[in-house]
Design a protein around this ligand. Sequence first.
Ligand SMILES: [Zn+2]
Length: 255
Amino acid sequence: MTLRQTLAVVLQVMDHGDADKIVTCYSQELGKLSGIAKGAKRSKKRFVNKLELFSLLDLTYAESRTSSLMRLDQAELLHAFPSLRQDYGRYTAATLLCEQMLQWTREHDADPALFTLLRWGLTALEQGQPPFATVILFEIRMLDLLGYRPNLAGCLRCGNLTPTRRPYHFSTSNSGLICNPCNRETDHGQVPVSLETAKLLHAAQHMEGSKLDRLHFSPDAIRESLTLLRYYDRHLLQREISSWPHFLASLPITD
Ligand SMILES: [Zn+2]
């Protein structure tokens, strides 16, 4: 049996029987990867305190002959992101990032840029960057990498992005903005968006993660951005990401 090695972030851990754990990670080499850690609940050496949510591991694994699950051979803990467990806002933000990776990616479909984005998001949260801004930028970048970049450069119909008395709307089904004069639709997949929010999100599409703190979101822009991204997620995935309500409830800006 050939042993392989990869960097991986733990997205989900479940007990399996009396002794084992089933772990799902997002790995650099293989994308999403699920594996069984035999004896993980008892082993003092190979896995103890390593297979925890958010942990960055150097993982050694092998393909199984009898199961689609990998056999996890051993894990070296590179970083545990302990501070993400000590603050509810950061914890729910990090949980949301991990659930996004679980829902949006397929097993054995590697995308090193997504892996880098996940590491960036967890690191930014650990370093004290505001959770809401980190989640907004992570989402905007993730949608880019997945090929679902929303069109925020201007109205989908007339191209304008100029002040109007009434708000723009974001159409989840058309993946872009529609200004009020062009908006003749009555579908329910529309989210009101101010000009300020549209311009901030558009800027975020072009900004490097290291410059995150240059973006200043007002409370209204935060609320609008997160609402837009949540509904866009739900439209694209055709289901709700369960971490969204927990994350939004952790923010002082929600009603
Ligand atoms: Zn228009």
